[in-house]
Unconditional design. Structure first.
Length: 337
């Protein structure tokens, strides 16, 4: 794949309904997932699990990019093949999570700002030499009493924009991820308001820092009711509100919007994406960048056992195909049988 420019790389990742497999969980997060299936989180087990995912038949044709954690980009498969090479042999591009996690905001300790700008250019240069074609940075915005504050939104969007500029300088495509958390009992209207404000701030900052939007991908949250809200918005309403929010705030020339699943069930994440693509009326590709919503069925099938590898790969392949169909507006519940 001779993809030279940032625009070509970004466009490739989301071409033909393809999306992103997010396997960039930190070791503590991966540990929690392994705890749920009674598997010890050792470096070898994490390697075996991710190798199993990357070798799945359904990665080919359905996945355009795979986000890795620092440990994973350095690992080799059991047979000695670098995991990065496994990914490219499936026709997908390797990417890397580069932020250094969250720290509480000085004036509002309930809120966080993402850190990791120190030494970022050097890290990106190393990752690019290791074969990474794109990078990811996650900002986290919480909805609650009196939050998010404007300061929290603006500090996080400013950091996302500085990160994006540094990543592009190092010849990789930045994924900008302004995650508005589902946690809380807020209404879908409140979620719409916070997402709008966040995206508006983000694109103002990206513009100010002269980030090349055509060589960038956006990884936003969907506009949903809070997890604990009594009235949960249905699939159509989530699709309509999310699209309206994006059309109001996101420039037409960004090549792709790859949603995070953010704690939605695997079927909900697929259904919402499909409903948006069935509505249509936008210039960008609307696709997926799912972690748990792609991995969960495979994790449950695998249970850390070699004899379950095939069943686990089939589970991942099925979800990858379902989400590709959703990204082209061709999914239906009947396909899940």
């Amino acid at each position: 794949m001779a993809l030279e420019s940032l625009e070509e790389i970004a466009t490739y990742i989301v071409a033909d309904g393809k999306g992103i497999l997010a396997t960039d969980e930190s070791n503590p997060t991966c540990g929690k997932r392994f705890d749920s299936i009674g598997v010890e989180s050792t470096e070898e087990n994490r390697r075996d699990y991710r190798e199993m995912l990357f070798r799945a038949e359904g990665v080919k044709n359905n996945v355009g990019g795979v986000i890795l954690f620092d440990e994973t980009i350095r690992q080799k498969a059991r047979d000695g093949t670098p995991l990065v090479d496994l990914i490219t042999s499936q026709g997908a591009l390797p990417g890397i999570k580069v932020d250094k996690g969250l720290k509480p905001l000085d004036d509002s300790p309930e809120e966080t700002v993402t850190q990791g700008l120190d030494g970022l250019s050097e890290r990106c240069s190393e990752y690019e030499k290791m074969g990474a074609k794109f990078a990811k940075w996650r900002a986290v915005i919480k909805i609650g009493d009196g939050i998010p504050t404007d300061d929290c939104i603006n500090q996080n969007m400013e950091a996302l924009s500085k990160y994006a500029k540094i990543v592009q300088f190092n010849k990789m495509v930045p994924i900008v991820e302004p995650e508005v958390l589902m946690e809380g009992n807020h209404s879908i209207e409140r979620c719409f308001e916070v997402n709008s404000k966040t995206l508006n701030s983000l694109f103002n900052c990206l513009d100010k820092h002269q980030v090349n939007i055509k060589g960038t991908l956006l990884k936003p949250s969907m506009v949903t009711s809070g997890k604990d809200a009594e009235n949960q918005a249905g699939v159509e309403e989530v699709a309509e509100q999310t699209l309206k929010c994006l059309l109001d705030n996101v420039p037409a020339d960004i090549p792709g919007i790859t949603f995070l699943s953010g704690g939605q069930s695997d079927i909900d994440a697929t259904a919402h994406l499909d409903a948006m693509n069935k509505i249509g009326g936008f210039d960008w590709k609307l696709s997926f960048s799912y972690g748990r919503a792609l991995q969960q069925p495979a994790l449950k099938a695998w249970l850390g056992k070699d004899e379950n590898i095939e069943a686990a790969q089939q589970a991942l392949s099925h979800r990858a195909l379902m989400n590709k169909k959703a990204a082209t507006g061709e999914w239906s519940q009947s396909l899940e049988k």
